[in-house]
Design a protein around this ligand. Structure first.
Ligand SMILES: [Fe+2]
Ligand SMILES: [Fe+2]
Length: 171
């Protein structure tokens, strides 16, 4: 009697829902929220396109994300975080992945931008409500102005002393 083979059917995942800007995504910092609104809009526009038209809008999203993460990293450095704090570490790993996706797309994996865009639509709300909202609270507690990037009382900041994410977990 031959052994029965039990093939596992491929796992079906439900489609990632569309992501639109909403009050639930607000962090409490107006400049951060403006940047996030732009990110959500660029991502929604990208996800609405056929795969053959995604490369340039995706490159624009990568450039925007470099600026977006760069400004938050700058604010963290100015208010006492170490350069390798866990929030900045998450920014780096997301950006590294986004850049690698661009390379894979050009090498023929034309589905990969769609998969990355879905992953970003799942990742962003969690990041905004945890690490970014925690950063906004931290900045407000010091009176840091994200428009002018100035601190009213720099003596309240001990540079490079914070490696965590403030009130939220790094995991
Ligand atoms: Fe952000
Ligand atoms: Fe962030």
């Amino acid at each position: 009697m031959s052994e029965a083979t039990t093939a596992t059917p491929p796992q079906e995942y439900p489609p990632v829902p569309e992501l639109h800007w909403s009050d639930e995504l607000q962090t409490g910092d107006a400049r951060m929220d403006d940047t996030h609104t732009e990110f959500v809009t660029l991502l929604a526009e990208l996800r609405a396109l056929p795969q053959s038209e995604q490369l340039e809008p995706y490159r624009a999203l990568v450039r925007h994300t470099e600026e977006h993460f760069g400004q938050e990293d700058r604010w963290m450095l100015a208010t006492g975080f170490t350069a390798d704090n866990c929030h900045a570490g998450q920014h780096k790993s997301v950006l590294d992945t986004m850049r690698a996706v661009q390379t894979h797309y050009l090498q023929g994996d034309t589905d990969i931008i769609s998969r990355m865009a879905d992953a970003l639509a799942e990742w962003f709300p969690v990041h905004a409500r945890s690490m970014d909202a925690g950063l906004a609270l931290h900045l407000q507690s010091l009176g840091y102005d994200t428009r002018t990037e100035t601190l009213p009382d720099p003596s309240r900041v001990r540079p490079a002393t914070m490696s965590g994410c403030g009130s939220v977990s790094c995991s």
